[in-house]
Every structure is written in C-alpha cells, then in structure tokens.
Design a protein around this ligand. Structure first.
Ligand SMILES: Nc1ncnc2c1ncn2[C@@H]1O[C@H](COP(=O)(O)OP(=O)(O)OP(=O)(O)O)[C@@H](O)[C@H]1O
Ligand SMILES: Nc1nc2c(ncn2[C@H]2C[C@H](O)[C@@H](COP(=O)(O)OP(=O)(O)O)O2)c(=O)[nH]1
Length: 228
C-alpha cells in the first residue's frame, strides 16, 4: 500500500532560523528540504526565463512577484509525488498560499516567532555564500576558515539588507504579508507557532511535535515517509 506523504511549510521573518531548523528536520526525519531561495538561485544560474526575471527583483532587494514564484515552484512540487517535503520560504503571501493550496494539502505549518532584537543581532552577523545560499553566523555556526565557504572555499559576503537600517522595513513587510497567511493556516488547524531566542531551545519542541507525526531517522533513500 502506498503510504501517505508528509508535506510541511516553515515560516518566519528573515533570520528566524528557517534554514537552520529545516536542515535539522531534513536530517532527523528524512523530509526533503525545499527552499524558495535555492529554486530561485538554480533558475538564475540556468538562465531560465523565470530566473532572468527573478534576478531583476532580487538584485534590487525586492520580493519576486507572486505569478513568477508560483510558475516556478508549483510544477516542481507537483513532480514530488514520491517524497515527503518541507518547504522553506514559500508561501510568503496570501496569493502564494492560495496557489499552493490548490496544488496540495499541507499537513503542518511551523511558524517561528523570534524577537526583533534577536533577529537584528543574528542578521548583522550573518555571512552568506552567494552561489549556494549557505549561511554562517560568527557566533552560532562559524565557517571553518574565516570569511570562506566551508565547501567551495569561496568568499562569504554580507547583505546590505541584513543590516539594522534595512531590517525594520523588511520585518514590517514580513508582518504585513505573513499575517493573512498565518491566519489562513490557523483556520485550517495546521499552524504550530514556536517562540524563543535560541534555535537550540526551540528545536526540542519542534522535534517532539514532528516525532508524533513522522517516524524519525528513516533510511536515507526512503522514497516516501509513512505516517503512523
Ligand atoms: N516566496 C517568495 N516570494 C517572493 N520572493 C521570494 C520568495 N522566496 C524568496 N524570494 C526572493 O529570493 C530572495 C532570496 O531568498 P532567500 O530565502 O534565499 O533569502 P533571504 O531573503 O535572505 O530570506 P531570509 O532572510 O528569510 O533567509 C529573497 O530576498 C526574495 O527576493
Ligand atoms: N546566535 C544565534 N544564531 C543563530 C541561531 N539560529 C540561527 N542562527 C544564525 C544562522 C544564520 O546566520 C542566521 C539566520 O538563520 P537562518 O537559518 O538563515 O534563518 P532564515 O533567514 O532562514 O529564517 O542566524 C541561534 O539560536 N543563535
């Protein structure tokens, strides 16, 4: 019998730990970690029509328009008929959430609620490897060699829009666009919100929630994650 697939979304403001927690979930539960930023970078590198268009927005520090995001992501999700997944960075807006809704039923949404001061401290200390999107934080997960990506050895950069001056408006924007998305998932009864200042303290709660929904440590080549 074909087991049911598990599909989850993780939401939160910039710097809330979506990428960090997604990696832990992927490792512990075998879900595929999908990231809107990674899909965009792949398309930009491959010079696809959507990638070329998306690049013009990202370079200006703007969100990519909903119709570009959905055209890019939904076909990829539809192809994932044999894998359980966790999506990070999508949906960001109500239009994106409605489009996703018409493609698949989500089992769970994780929302991270992190104080502003914490986000500010983390992001002002966030270093990024542009080509891959890998992130480092000088206190929390520093690179092995200062200023260099662990895998490629290439230089790390800091984004201007991670600096405190840009952060206030980014966070305001996140709150405005995320609120109706959060309300939608709350009304569906699938929203789980986690608050705190440290990923290591939030993680056990997320881990135990997911343990009630998905068996942990599956085979690495598992094609689908059976629910209990
Ligand atoms: N769902 C989305 N809708 C619109 N634009 C998006 C979406 N996801 C990503 N983007 C665009 O791609 C860029 C890179 O995304 P990515 O998630 O890698 O990094 P980010 O902006 O640093 O996000 P965060 O700070 O939350 O990690 C974003 O700044 C934004 O312009
Ligand atoms: N000091 C500290 N830094 C943390 C913690 N959790 C994550 N970080 C770091 C890793 C990144 O450099 C930065 C943002 O995390 P991220 O996982 O990229 O967040 P997100 O933008 O994907 O939501 O903060 C944490 O608990 N403490």
């Amino acid at each position: 019998m074909m087991a049911k697939l598990f599909r989850a979304v993780i939401m939160g403001p910039p710097g809330s730990g979506k990428g960090t927690i997604s990696e832990r979930i992927a490792q512990s539960f075998g879900l595929k970690h999908l990231s809107s930023g990674d899909f965009l970078r792949e398309n930009i590198a491959a010079n696809t029509e959507a990638g070329v268009l998306a690049k013009t927005y990202i370079e200006r520090g703007l969100m990519v328009p909903d119709h570009v995001m959905t055209r890019l992501l939904l076909p990829r999700l539809e192809e994932m008929t044999r894998h359980s997944w966790l999506m990070d960075g999508f949906p960001c807006t109500l239009a994106q959430a409605k489009a996703l809704n018409s493609t698949c039923d989500l089992d769970l949404v994780i929302s991270l609620n992190i104080p502003y001061e914490t986000l500010k401290d983390r992001l002002s200390d966030r270093w990024i490897h542009l080509a891959s999107g890998r992130v480092y934080n000088m206190g929390f997960n520093p690179p092995r060699v200062q200023g260099r990506d662990d895998l490629s050895g290439e230089p790390l950069i800091q984004h201007d829009n991670d600096q405190p001056e840009a952060l206030v408006s980014r966070l305001r924007h996140y709150k405005d666009v995320a609120k109706p998305v959060i309300d939608l998932y709350k009304s569906k009864g699938i929203l789980h919100t986690f608050s705190g200042t440290e990923t290591d303290r939030i993680w056990p709660y997320i881990n135990s929630l997911l343990s009630t929904k998905i068996p942990s440590r599956p085979e690495t080549d598992t094609q689908h994650i059976p629910l209990p």
